[in-house]
Design a protein around this ligand. Structure first.
Ligand code: IVH
Length: 700
């Protein structure tokens, strides 16, 4: 929107008509970026402001309302990837409001409409989850179809994807559910899961998502449901569409019914009375918001009694009985004082904005990520610019845009460094995928020789799933590195036996005799290490824990592994073929291993480390059990063990655990709620057993 647009009251009729045309185009373009590309370019607040202006102009000039007006649309057109599904009843949207005064008006309006001037009205106040809505059709208690909202009338068929969500029951529990019911709720991603997903994407050189909502939407709308299955998507149920019979008298009862049938409902939902109750709930939820672990963007108020909801009905596309009280946008303006480059463990260069400190939503923000060079170019952000900042989904602060009017005259476009900021001045390469496509990631190729990567490598080395040395966390390690006590992994083990160094430590502030003794002891305790942890700790790109286990099993001993890696680095055909033949090892792992072990520096570091350690040979999978050598797939809910336990147990007994059913599968262990895998197993004639049967078999 143009800055300071003319007040709606001051518009002439022809200006209003022009403005409505312009707004319709602008909103439609944002809708496409939001719904189809999952890459919005404006904040929700800015988008809401456009819609509000559109509505305000239409209210003043009702005869100018266009057939394609944004106010008459709910959501946006579907993308074409999925089959269309017509909802049994439309999925509507909610009207928004932004102030406590409007909460009073809402309550007054309800009372007026119901002609109950003196009766306090009961409402539910529920967090407005910031994800994407979905509709789940259950027939006779079984999940028959799942769809996105789409344009409100017709959505996308994402049944297979929704079935992979742990919080979506395949069969309703308990009783009392109507024979046919469309259950509605929000698919979302928690903050921790969102951060982990982006971190993994970054490490793999893939694009990251801007916020949890986009990540949830992108994860759900995958052509391949097995990708959705790997994303820890969650689901809150809060409403329903078509029902074959009524099942509750109030919204509150309905929520309890949804819970009894096996859904998660928001634990923060409350039942309150009158406008004061609404406002109190709003304030409480606003205070809880930073601690919820997932994004909410407001509070939804709903008249509790369903018969009153029925009387209140709908106005155009929103219910009259409900409204969303949105939180104010957590935005602020500040000055970009500089751009610094951070080098990650794998050498990826991430530009970080250094900002003049500013408070956004109660938190002081000094830094914001700029993601990559492309993002800097897209924003055209320059040092000295005044920028609009937002705490995206309350997690990572983001720069939304630049205020061009406030750009200092001499501001220069930022030039992304062509060399790593480390002393090696290694040229940074724009990374390409195995298919040769350019990605947005730029990487320093200096590996261990690059000091930035070295600290990150060291941190990885001592992390929980690698060497996990008690008393040696990231902070201590950073300090030890800066003081020159620890420059490479082997130094940690040398330190534990170096009396002079330990003495120096004792004299340091905050370190006493006991803590130094404990540290030395916990380092000693880790000299003995399993082969897979050792491999994982090296921090070779694409060699995560699972691949490390595969490699450990495949090669058996550290010496065999290291010999093979040297050969792979020398591009020895037989060695590469042997590596390739291991389960789940592909081109990316081979290339990463070859690059890592081709580097003299890395080889020297690994050798020095090996000399300090006692690396245990990998346990060979058993070959004398009932399931040795068999490929097993677990599907549906397991009741006696977690997935991880089941997998570890099967593998310990010499079985291979796969995630999808194919001709190579020997056994499918199916728990309640098993879906398409069960069907595939039946089609392929694969043996299917229950969890009990499986446990009996492996026990005896
Ligand atoms: S009730 C007829 N309850 O907000 C209205 N919606 O702007 C049915 N949302 O499409 C929706 N949390 O995606 C409802 N507790 C909640 C909600 C909620 C999030 C979303 C939902 C809906 C949008 C409306």
């Amino acid at each position: 929107m143009a800055l300071d647009p003319k007040p709606v009251d001051a518009l002439t009729e022809s200006e209003a008509a022009d403005e409505l045309t312009r707004l319709a185009d602008e909103i439609a373009a944002h809708d496409i970026r939001y719904y189809q590309d999952e890459a919005p370019t404006v904040s929700d607040a800015a988008y809401d402001a456009l819609k509000q202006r559109n509505a305000a102009i239409e209210a003043r000039f009702p005869h100018l309302v266009r057939e394609n007006s944004p106010s008459l649309k709910v959501g946006a057109a579907r993308a074409e990837k999925f089959a269309p599904v017509e909802h049994g009843t439309p999925m509507l949207s909610l009207d928004n409001m932004f102030s406590e005064a409007e909460a009073l008006e809402f309550d007054a309006r309800i009372k007026r409409f119901l002609r109950l001037p003196d009766e306090p009205i009961a409402y539910t106040a529920e967090p407005k989850i910031d994800g994407l809505s979905a509709s789940l059709r259950y027939e006779k208690g079984l999940l028959a179809q799942g769809a996105t909202r789409g344009d409100g009338r017709v959505g996308e068929d994402v049944t297979a994807n929704l079935r992979t969500l742990k919080e979506i029951p395949h069969r309703l529990k308990g009783s009392g559910w109507p024979e046919v019911i469309e259950i509605r709720g929000e698919v979302y991603l928690g903050h921790a899961e969102f951060a982990a997903l982006n971190e993994a994407a970054l490490a793999a050189g893939e694009r990251t998502y801007a916020n949890p909502r986009n990540a949830a939407s992108g994860s759900l709308r995958q052509i391949d449901p097995s990708i959705t299955a790997r994303r820890p998507l969650r689901f809150f149920a809060y409403a329903w569409g078509l029902v074959s019979a009524p099942f509750a008298e109030t919204q509150w009862q309905a929520l309890q019914a949804l819970k009894a049938w096996g859904f998660q409902i928001t634990p923060q939902a409350r039942r309150v009375e009158g406008a004061e109750g609404l406002i109190a709930a709003y304030r409480e939820l606003e205070a809880e918001r930073p601690h919820l672990g997932f994004d909410i963007d407001g509070v939804v108020y709903k008249v509790d009694r369903l018969d009153w909801q029925g009387r209140l009905g709908f106005v155009s596309r929103s219910p009259r009985w409900a409204i969303a009280h949105k939180f104010p946008a957590q935005q602020a303006r500040t000055v970009l004082e500089g751009i610094e480059i951070q080098v990650g463990r794998t050498g990826s260069l991430t530009p970080v904005a250094r900002l003049h400190p500013v408070t956004v939503g109660g938190v002081v923000v000094k830094n914001a990520t700029l993601h990559n060079a492309d993002e800097i170019a897209r924003l055209d952000v320059r040092i000295g610019d005044t920028v609009v900042l937002q705490r995206a989904g309350d997690v990572i602060p983001q720069i939304l845009r630049v205020i061009p009017e406030e750009r200092p005259r001499d501001a220069q476009p930022y030039r992304f460094p062509e060399v790593c900021p480390c002393h090696l001045k290694t040229p940074v390469a724009r990374e390409t995928t195995s298919g040769g496509a350019e990605t947005v990631v730029r990487r320093c190729t200096g590996e261990f020789a690059c000091p930035f990567q070295r600290v990150e490598h060291l941190k990885h080395f001592v992390s929980r799933r690698a060497f996990d040395i008690e008393g040696l966390g990231e902070k201590q390690l950073q300090a030890f590195f800066e003081e020159g006590l620890v420059r490479e992994p082997a130094d940690i083990f040398r330190l534990a036996r170096d009396e002079a160094a330990l003495q120096a430590l004792r004299e340091r502030e905050g370190y006493g005799e006991t803590s130094v003794r404990n540290l030395a002891a916990s380092i000693e305790a880790r000299r003995r290490i399993s082969l897979d942890r050792f491999i994982y700790s090296l921090g070779v790109r694409h060699i995560g824990e699972t691949t490390a286990i595969t490699l450990a099993r495949g090669y058996g001993s550290a010496s065999a592994f290291l010999k093979a890696m040297d050969e792979v680095a020398a591009r020895d055909e037989a060695a590469m073929a042997e590596l390739d033949a291991l389960d789940q090892v592909g081109e990316a792992v081979i290339e990463a291993a070859a690059a890592y072990f081709a580097e003299d520096h890395n080889r020297r570091i690994v050798q020095a480390l090996v000399e300090q350690l006692d690396i245990q040979d990998a346990e060979q999978p058993k070959s004398d059990t009932a399931v040795a050598g068999k490929t097993v797939v677990f599907t549906g809910a397991l009741e006696r063990m977690t997935r991880d336990e089941a997998k570890a147990q099967a593998e310990a007994l010499g079985a291979k655990v796969a995630s999808s059913v194919s001709k190579k599968t020997d056994i499918v262990v199916a728990g309640p709620g098993a879906g398409s895998k069960l069907k595939t197993a039946a089609d392929l004639g694969v043996q299917v057993m229950t969890e009990e049967e499986w446990l009996a078999m492996v026990a005896g």
